[in-house]
Ligand binder design. Structure first.
Ligand code: C2E
Ligand code: CA
Ligand code: CA
Ligand code: CA
Length: 281
């Protein structure tokens, strides 16, 4: 994920002296925003493509800057990774997501049959004690481990596969679900898929949005679905923007879908309402 971010062109900002300068001020201001608890988490539903019910939510960080307005995570997450602030941000996101799910359960009067997916940066995997971060979020909220899905990228494996193996196994020991995020965009070898305890493959939205006009993208999605099936893994498709995509993915056997066709990332209260609205019984 880092390599991908580094290769992206900088957005030209006429009011900034340079992209490097914007980056530096983003870092300073992100540090301040984290200290003042000014980041928020939004929750995007993942829909079970067979039943139409909400299977879970992905927690996504949001930052509304006092002067600059909304800053995209595609801009501030790479800055957080390069500056090391991702460790603090990652711990915050884990705690916040677990607190939200515990609050939903409290409001519903019972554990909701949904999980929350939390993104883990490769930097966290390399430098933090992930198992301790997850365990502490579970302990302070009383949530069961199976309410959490950790979304890891292929980049967290390639650098130090041995370490990745220990992290993944520690997460499984806590009964958490492990998802391979942005699957197909990284450089990991298929051998890791077989060796690591991975429960879910998340098909990157670049393949999904390509499906409507590009037969090759359909072939890739088909191949990933059959690979997951053969390895006993579940599947989620990102970037489901149209009803046609939702129907096609359901027909191909993809287990769940996430995208603007269903819902954008929502505030916690709206996410709970969305879950209620899709409930079958
Ligand atoms: P991601 O993990 O691949 O998350 C999915 C992204 O796709 C989100 O972008 C989501 O808003 C967007 N998305 C969902 N449905 C659709 C759709 O139908 N069409 C399109 N075009 N996009 C859709 P977002 O929220 O801007 O986040 C971007 C990336 O920033 C995430 O990509 C993730 O890598 C990172 N990120 C966000 N929050 C966190 C966090 O708390 N921790 C870490 N480590 N990374 C985060
Ligand atoms: Ca993700
Ligand atoms: Ca993803
Ligand atoms: Ca993605």
């Amino acid at each position: 994920k880092q390599a991908k971010a580094a290769g992206k062109p900088q957005v030209y900002e006429p009011r900034e002296a340079s992209a490097a300068r914007r980056r530096f001020s983003i870092e300073t201001e992100l540090r301040r925003a984290l200290d003042k608890d000014q980041l928020r988490l939004f929750y995007q539903p993942l829909i079970n493509l067979k039943s139409g019910e909400v299977a879970g939510f992905e927690a996504l960080a949001r930052w509304t800057h006092e002067d600059r307005g909304e800053i995209s995570p595609t801009e501030f997450i790479p800055v957080a990774e390069e500056s090391g602030l991702i460790l603090q941000l990652g711990r915050w996101a884990m705690d916040r997501a677990a607190q939200t799910v515990a609050e939903w359960d409290r409001q519903a009067g019972e554990p909701l049959p949904v999980y929350v997916g939390v993104n883990l940066s490769a930097i966290q995997v390399a430098r933090d004690n992930i198992a301790e971060v997850v365990e502490s979020a579970l302990r302070s909220t009383g949530l069961a481990g199976n309410r959490l899905t950790l979304e890891l990228t292929e980049s967290s494996i390639v650098q130090d596969p041995g370490r990745a193996m220990r992290v993944f196994e520690a997460l499984k020991a806590l009964d958490a679900t492990v998802a391979m995020d942005d699957f197909g965009t990284g450089y990991s070898s298929l051998a890791y898929l077989q060796r690591l305890p991975i429960d879910v493959l998340k098909i990157d939205k670049s393949f999904v949005t390509g499906m409507m006009r590009d037969p090759d993208a359909v072939a890739i999605v088909r191949a990933v679905l059959s690979l997951a099936d053969a390895l006993g893994m579940s599947t989620t498709a990102e970037g489901v923007e149209t009803v046609e995509l939702a129907t096609t993915l359901a027909t191909l056997g993809c287990a769940s879908g996430q995208g603007y066709y269903f819902a954008r990332p929502l505030e916690a209260d709206a996410a709970l309402e969305y879950w209620k609205g899709r409930r079958k019984k």
